[in-house]
Design a protein around this ligand. Sequence first.
Ligand code: SF4
Length: 344
Amino acid sequence: MSTPDGTADVLLRARGLRVDYFDRAEPVHAVRDVDLTLYRGETLGIVGESGCGKSTLVTALTRLERPPAVTTAGTVHLHGEGPPVDLLKLTERELRALRWERVAIVFQSAMNALNPVHRLGAQFADVLRLHRGLSRDAAWRRAGELLGMVGIPADRVRAYPHELSGGMRQRATIALALACEPDLVVMDEPTTAVDVVMQRQILRQVARLKRELGFSVIFITHDLSLLIEIADRIAVMYAGRVVETGPARQLYADPRHPYTAALRGAFPPLRGPRREITGIPGSPPGLRHPPTGCPFHPRCPKRFDPCDEQVPELLATAGGEVACHLHGGPQEQQHEPRSTNVPG
Ligand code: SF4
């Protein structure tokens, strides 16, 4: 997907992104120094347990963060025709012009995205009339076509959200996100509220639509196995940092970071042979007082001497990056693991 100079196919590039919560005297660092690149036509999965900063990261990438969260450092360049624009420098008015048209978002709860007192068609028509200048009749017709694209009969445009099943509502929000043919669709846990069968149906539909329409996807989830179904590359987050990135299948087959390995063990794959599920001991650290050194060290079965003192840097590996003293850095060495601080 990338060109030899690594830039021509870039759609979104974040550098040094930092988000702090200012709800008390001392700021809480919720996202720390995150670098991410998304290529055109690519699906980038972002995975981590609740509280690891993935949703905060996404709201910062899309400028949807609300107080007390504040993006305090970094750049988020959206590439297209002409020079890239730094989303963090745009005014609210400039952002409004860009939302739906270039960047659309699908949230976990369809009921938050859909207005319960308006028919589906009216909600699609609002977006299409404002951003595409369609007449009322043309907008309602287009709404029916968009619903058809996600497998919902076109005549359901007249339905209210509560008249649809949960799966249909979520598919309707995906159709709504695609209304203006954006370059990027950000999906924040879009299948968490539906059952496994519907989950797979939605993933298949998103993959097909992406192939047909050519948009890129950032897909947030806590379930690493889900990303194998849909992502080209994966970024794993822990305690507000990216701790591993890599091509999806490679990262799943051969996780380098012990946290990635633990996530893999915690969720059964949707396909393939049955595997024993192993939980991750303990819980993610509070961001107000994160552990010293590697933030995963209190839970890590492979921790060794430098882990509780030195923060590992994110370093390049074959095909990706990893932030762990076991890999790549001067600390790489044979070692005896020490026991974890939490019961298994
Ligand atoms: Fe485990 Fe140490 Fe690697 Fe952290 S740096 S993940 S504690 S081995």
